[in-house]
Design a protein around this ligand. Structure first.
Ligand code: CTP
Length: 395
């Protein structure tokens, strides 16, 4: 899985450094080429002889060794990935503040590759505001963090701070690298958010959709290598990824027109938006004044975008709809799957423990038109989106 990948394994001064030997062996077993870089203090915890033997490369530590200057820039440029495991509290703080008082930090500051960190420290150090701020800083630099785990710590205390296990780190890397390729050259259209159907210039009909799931899906498809167009109704989310083409719309009609324009090139059509089913027949030009005790608005059906795409979809175009249900979950979802001619329906069950709207977590069931279904258990919307993308890509 990691064949051909060049990984710079950074080891800092932590008791967890003993796990780095297993990590190194697993990386090599997975096909990666690994060079090891350690801080001077890490030598107190692990022998460079073991690391150089297993990696088949010298271990990098000092600017000058055997009267020769080591080139930290070249080392940083060589790597596809700089994996720092374990990352001590001290080196974390230096990285967050751009301190450069050893070869390890000079290499870090010149590296242009992806960086993954696996912090390891005692729970109190981890919980300190300074450490939290430093971790946030590294995250804001775009580095990925594999969270420390709960368990027995070197101090004898039981708590959070153990470095993630080598097997978990390997899994993380495999997912990262396969995700980056799995949908290369595929085109994906995602709809997200609610629509607003105006009654007059200041009032509208809408729903609770936050757009979080649709945006998470667009990001997950992008990370899987696809070109993504995201058509979104009004939401309060900033899309930080400027490589995803974002088209903002307001009403169901505008969303339908935008989808029609963009759909023909797409390999995957992911209709996650909570499109209004009805819209006012007439929009008043001026604010409607309250006059009578009763007041009614005539609504008319909007175009069902999913159903329209079900009529015109090309062979090999994968059409995925969503169903939000409060009862008879699978029965309603199956009906939508059939009637709208979708290939998949992703069922959201609105329940007390799964509010769906606006939440950061979700759980879904993916159903296909062959009568199969698979449950994706409760997780963050980001993780759910990644699981959906992986499932669809593998199919
Ligand atoms: N959908 C759509 N256009 C509409 C309404 C819905 O494309 N005008 C799509 C949604 O994006 C979703 C799927 O249809 O992928 C199901 O939406 P949902 O609101 O759950 O179902 P409806 O078909 O609207 O049926 P009902 O509201 O009766 O449950």
């Amino acid at each position: 899985m990691l064949s051909g990948k060049k990984i710079l394994l950074g080891i800092t001064a932590s008791i967890a450094a003993y796990k780095s030997i297993i990590l190194l062996r697993l990386l090599i077993k997975e096909g990666a080429e690994v060079k090891v870089l350690i801080t001077p203090a890490a030598k107190n915890f692990i022998s460079p002889v073991i690391l150089s033997t297993f990696s088949s490369h010298k271990v990098y530590c000092e600017f000058v060794e055997n009267e020769q200057w080591e080139n930290h820039v070249l080392l940083g440029n060589w790597a596809d990935l700089f994996l720092i495991a374990p990352l001590s509290c001290n080196t974390l703080a230096k990285m967050a503040n751009g301190i450069c008082d050893n070869f390890f930090l000079a290499t870090y500051l010149s590296a242009k590759c992806s960086i993954i960190i696996c912090p390891a420290m005692d729970e109190d150090m981890l919980n300190h505001k300074a450490t939290k701020k430093n971790l946030e800083t590294l995250s804001s630099f775009g580095h990925e963090i594999i969270d420390p785990k709960i368990g027995a710590l070197a101090s004898g205390i039981y708590g959070k701070g153990r470095m993630a296990e080598p097997e978990e780190i390997i899994l993380f890397l495999e997912q990262k690298f396969t995700r980056n390729k799995i949908l290369m050259h595929k085109k994906v259209l995602v709809t997200a958010g609610p629509t607003k159907e105006y009654i007059d210039p200041v009032r509208y009909i809408s729903n609770e959709s936050s757009g979080k799931m649709g945006f998470a899906l667009a990001t997950a498809f992008f990370e899987a290598g696809a070109d993504v167009v995201l058509i979104s109704g009004p939401v309060n989310i900033n899309l930080s990824n400027k490589n995803i083409k974002l088209i903002n719309v307001t009403s169901a009609h505008e969303m339908f027109e935008a989808v029609l324009k963009e759909q023909s090139n797409a390999d995957y059509l992911i209709l996650n938006a909570a499109v209004a089913d009805y819209t006012p027949l007439k929009v008043a030009n001026n604010k409607i004044k309250k006059e009578n005790v009763e007041f009614s608005i005539t609504l008319t059906k909007t175009t069902d975008i999913l159903a329209e795409l079900g009529k015109i979809k090309r062979q090999n175009q994968v059409l995925v709809g969503f169903a939000l249900e409060t009862n008879d979950f699978k029965k309603h979802a199956e009906k939508k799957l059939k009637e709208k001619n979708a290939d998949y329906i992703i069922l959201n069950k609105l329940e007390v423990n799964n509010p769906c709207f606006n939440a950061d977590f979700n759980e879904v069931t993916i159903m296909n038109n062959l009568g199969e279904s698979i449950d994706i258990p409760k997780n963050s919307k980001k993780e759910i989106a990644e699981s959906i993308v992986l499932y669809l890509a593998k199919k």
